[in-house]
Design a protein around this ligand. Structure first.
Ligand code: 5RP
Length: 215
C-alpha cells in the first residue's frame, strides 16, 4: 500500500500553487506529500500543520510552519483518511490528530484527500471511529456513546493527543447517516471532536494507483 500512498501524495502536488500557504494533515500518506512539497519550499509561503509530527517533518525539509491564526483562510488542505465513502465523507483520527485536522479542513477552501484503495468503503464504520475526549470525561463519554450508538468505545490507552486529551475508538458501527452521527456525538459534554468528516467532507479524493484516480 505504501506505493499507492506515495502515488496519491505526489498527485496532490498538482493542487499546489505559487505563493500558497498549504494546510498539511498527518499520517504516513501525508509524510509522502510533505516530502514532495519539499521541492516547492521556495515557491510556497509556508504550511499550516495539523500535528507535532507533521511540523517536525515540514521543518526538517526547511518549510516554514505558520500558525493558523496568522495564516487566515487557506486555499488548500491536503490530508489522508482512514475511510472514505462515495460522498467523500471520511473517518479520520487513526493518528490521533483529528481535532487540528478538522480545524484546518474547516479553514480551507479546498480539501484534497489522499488515500490508497483499501480506504474506500460503501458505508463508514468498519474502521473504529476515533473520538477525542477531555480526560476527566472519558467514562461519561464512553457510556453515552454506547447508549446512543450501540458501538463499543475502547480507550486508546497510552495515547495523549497534541492537545492533551485522550482518544476513544468506537468499534462495531455501521454509519448510515454520518452527518447526523457527527452532530449528535459532538453534543456530548467532554467530546472535543469526532473523527467523522461528513458535515465538511473532502472536495477532491485522490486514490493512489498507476495512474492515480481523481474523484
Ligand atoms: C491522522 C489521520 C490520518 O490521515 C489517517 O489515520 C490516515 O493515515 P495514513 O495515511 O497513515 O494511512 O487521520 O489523524
Amino acid at each position: 500500500m505504501s506505493d499507492a500512498k506515495k502515488l496519491a501524495a505526489e498527485k496532490a502536488i498538482d493542487y499546489v500553487q505559487d505563493g500558497m500557504i498549504v494546510g498539511v494533515g498527518t499520517g504516513s500518506t501525508v509524510a509522502y506529500f510533505i516530502d514532495a512539497l519539499a521541492a516547492w519550499k521556495d515557491r510556497i509561503a509556508g504550511a499550516v500543520s495539523s500535528s507535532e509530527q507533521s511540523t517536525a517533518r515540514l521543518q526538517a525539509h526547511g518549510i516554514e510552519v505558520i500558525d493558523l491564526n496568522a495564516a487566515g483562510p487557506l486555499a488548500l488542505y491536503v490530508d489522508g483518511a482512514d475511510e472514505c465513502d462515495g460522498h467523500k465523507r471520511l473517518i479520520k483520527g487513526g493518528g490521533a490528530a483529528l481535532t487540528r485536522e478538522k480545524i484546518i479542513a474547516e479553514a480551507s477552501a479546498r480539501f484534497v484527500c489522499i488515500i490508497d484503495p483499501s480506504k474506500q468503503v460503501d458505508v463508514l464504520g468498519r474502521f473504529p471511529l476515533p473520538v477525542e475526549v477531555i480526560p476527566m470525561a472519558r467514562s461519561l463519554v464512553a457510556r453515552e456513546i454506547l447508549r446512543m450508538t450501540g458501538g463499543q468505545p475502547v480507550w486508546r490507552d497510552g495515547v495523549i493527543t497534541d492537545n492533551g486529551n485522550v482518544i476513544l475508538d468506537v468499534h462495531n458501527l455501521s454509519i448510515t447517516d454520518p452527518v447526523a452521527m457527527e452532530r449528535e456525538l459532538n453534543q456530548i459534554p467532554g467530546v472535543v471532536s469526532v473523527g467523522l468528516f461528513a458535515r465538511r467532507p473532502a472536495d477532491v479524493v485522490i486514490v493512489g494507483g498507476q495512474p492515480p484516480r481523481v474523484l
